[in-house]
Design a protein around this ligand. Sequence first.
Ligand code: KG4
Ligand code: ZN
Length: 347
Amino acid sequence: MSLILGIETSCDDSSAALLHRDGRVVSCRVAGQDEVHAPYGGVVPELASRAHLQKLPGTVEGVLADAGCTLADVEEIAVSCGPGLLGSLLVGVAYANALGWAKNLPVRGVNHIEAHLRSPWIERPDLPYPALGLVVSGGHTHLFWCRTASEIQRICATRDDAAGEALDKLAKHLGLPYPGGPVIDRLAERGNPRAVLFPLPRMSSGDPLDFSFSGLKSAALHWLRSHGYGPPFETDTHALPGWEYDLLASFQKRVVDHLIQRMRVAAIRRKPACLTMAGGVACNRLLRRRLLALGEELGVPAAFPSPRYCTDNAAMVAFRALDGCGPARPGVAPLDAFPTAHWTPSG
Ligand code: KG4
Ligand code: ZN
């Protein structure tokens, strides 16, 4: 078989995947680290790199075993080389370089955000271009104009916190389990999303399309203080006071309103053939419903991957490698990792 081995270690998930050259995912595993970071309420970079060292080799062996393959069936290695946590990235990149060198395989460096951006096509290869694509995760909130899979311009990004970071920080403040995004998704169902009317983020200058989430977080903390709610908060998620479910539902609604409002403005301006989103926050059920509704309103398809391909995963890394992005170097010319990324500004 001629397979691409994908490797992903940009943040706190060690993932490996095998992808067929025709785009089919043969096997994919993700070894998470929530138990490592939960006591701190956020990712601790040093602990993340150490956990990757422990988890990555077994994860790679696992995907080969799942597929009934050996490294002899692999013809290329694709690895996330940035942006992300440098220490975490270096574990995956060093592993890929060493394996490439030992097995004489080309190693392709893949941009992690571009892999997220491309991930909706794993399950929907028919989605048309040009596409307006949102990448929304714990570390990133970017909106891209994709003329084709490889002609990408970033339209806007967050000026401060990422959307997932805002959800995670509010949950942490309230003493809720980590990571906060999926917890808020679940608990918001029990609250009234119109109970607290948070202002929609507004920009004082520059491109009005940029995102901003830190003001929303400050507004939530201000609301708590002004209502006399402070720690210790109830930690049993089944027995929160009614106001807390309302607060979470209202906060989540505003995060989603903000994302969808920017996408709507960009879509009306640019008239894409489809709307896509990916990244961990794209698992959010309200956001998924609202993106589908926006697609219906504008008369274009709207798509997002299954949750397993929304959060960090190596299948999207191998899939992005199919586009031929980045140099595929033999293992003897080692790749480097980069913590930040830049794209051509949009016109
Ligand atoms: O893409 P990802 O796995 O890692 C990063 O590259 O950041 O995304 C993780 C983020 C976290 O902030 C997490 O709280 C958020 O995705 N998340 C969600 C949901 N599932 C994960 N946010 C809202 N609703 C969800 N269902
Ligand atoms: Zn990610």
